[in-house]
Design a protein around this ligand. Structure first.
Ligand code: AMP
Ligand code: MG
Length: 413
């Protein structure tokens, strides 16, 4: 059984990220929101585009006002009014000023802005009440960004700040990676779809929907292949179809050692290379990770997740999510976030595998606190997973942690 950290590293090493040459599309700005940028963006514009005023006030020549004091005030002639959006027509000469408003372009000849509150106006003249600092309240052209240098690096997610920058740089179209395609199938002859009548002994297929929701949250496209009975031929044709259409295939169930657990065997007959069969994690020990090489245009990563609903989710969060992030073109930040938090309850594990206990992480009086979900922590109990936003991690060898102790918890939302 592979330790969790080693499994994580091995899985990440198996991921071929989408290609910036082939796996991209050009989208308008709003459609690109939350997508991953595929090519560097540079702008032909400086930011600010020109020297401009950070205040409502008067644009002046510093030399005219630098020695201004109570007994020797400077009075200047106002030669122009410059609102934002207007291009100044005059060059400010000695003894002159321009009325200027926030964001407006500085006139030639002026180098300093005196805020309105430090002036007194009489008709077309303004008296400066106090000497400003040289270049006060002038935002210099290119102080924030120089035209031609890299504005946005590829591999970042385009959230509101990046969309704002793209809009301001007049990049109305942007090249992003396509969404990864993730085929999802549920294996098990006992499974029925949520909208089908439930016969005695049957189990409703919840994994398909939970996994699809997680895939969607990561910005990938789920392809739902339905429930496949535990029959080798049916399973083989479903997996064969899945690998022709998807970048990643997720199946749940059928990877344990039961009489009807066929997944590993079928992967082998389809020519997959199996890299992982079990990981020392609880819940989620039976976890199969395999790759299909060419003749597909690109290799396909296969995750055979355990069937128990909690195990399927925990292994997705711990192993599939980082892989999908890397695949999507994200340049960094693939691994889950672990936060130090104080557990409010005693935590237990058999100590044999790295254990993950679900619950709720919250900030209380400036400290992160973890509250263990009430009810049974059986991997078959999905009911008390509701409102889970974190998993407490107990390392191998740790069998008991007392309430009030600081632990690492993995964020899952
Ligand atoms: P398996 O790994 O196939 O033996 O499945 C382990 C347990 O998880 C069994 O009780 C299954 O009925 C249950 N299970 C398997 N697949 C699903 C699914 N898609 N949705 C809900 N429960 C499932
Ligand atoms: Mg099964």
């Amino acid at each position: 059984m592979l330790p969790v950290k080693q499994a994580e590293a091995l899985i990440l090493s198996l991921v071929n990220p989408l290609s910036p040459a082939q796996d991209t599309e050009v989208l308008d700005l709003l459609s690109a929101s939350q997508r991953i940028l595929a090519a560097a963006v540079t702008s032909a514009l400086d930011f600010p585009h020109w020297d401009n005023s950070a205040m409502d006030g008067y644009a002046v020549r510093f030399a005219d006002v630098q020695s201004c004091k109570a007994e020797q005030l400077a009075t200047l002639e106002i030669v122009e009014e410059i609102p934002a959006g207007y291009q100044p027509q005059q060059t400010i000469q000695s003894g002159q000023a321009a009325r200027i408003l926030t964001g407006a372009m500085m006139p030639a000849g002026a180098d300093t802005v005196v805020m309105q509150e430090r002036t007194q106006r009489q008709g077309d003249r303004v008296t400066i009440l106090e000497a400003p600092e040289f270049q006060a309240f002038v935002r210099q052209r290119a102080a924030f960004y120089q035209a031609g240098t890299t504005l946005l690096h590829p591999g970042i997610q385009l959230n509101a700040p990046e969309i704002a920058v793209l809009a301001a740089a007049q990049c109305a179209q942007v090249s992003v990676y396509r969404r990864p395609r993730v085929a999802i199938l549920s294996t098990g002859s006992e499974l029925v779809a949520p909208d089908q009548p439930l016969q005695p002994g049957q189990i409703v297929d919840s994994n398909q929907y939970a996994l699809a929701a997680l895939v969607q949250q990561l910005g990938a496209e789920p392809l739902l292949l339905g429930v496949i009975p535990d029959e080798p031929e049916a399973l083989k044709s479903a997996i064969a179809q899945a690998i022709t259409t998807a970048d990643v295939v997720l199946s749940s169930g059928g990877v344990s050692v039961g009489d009807y657990d066929y997944v590993d065997e079928i992967l082998a007959t389809l020519g997959a290379e199996i890299h992982i069969r079990a990981v020392a994690i609880k819940p989620g020990k039976p976890l199969t990770v395999a790759t299909f090489a060419a003749p597909q245009a690109r290799s396909v990563l296969y995750f055979g997740l355990p069937g128990n609903p909690v195990s399927a989710l925990v292994t997705f969060w711990r192993f599939v999510q980082p892989a999908l992030r890397k695949l999507s073109g994200l340049a960094q930040g693939w691994e889950p976030t672990f936060i130090k938090a104080r557990t409010q309850q005693d935590l237990r594990s058999d100590g044999k595998r790295e254990s993950y206990l679900w619950g709720h992480l919250q900030l209380l009086d400036g400290d992160y606190e973890f509250r263990l979900a009430g009810g049974s922590h059986s991997s078959g109990n999905l009911i008390n997973l509701v409102q889970t936003n974190a998993l407490a991690m107990l390392p191998v060898g740790q069998t008991a942690i007392a309430a009030g102790t600081e632990i690492f918890v993995m964020q899952v939302d």
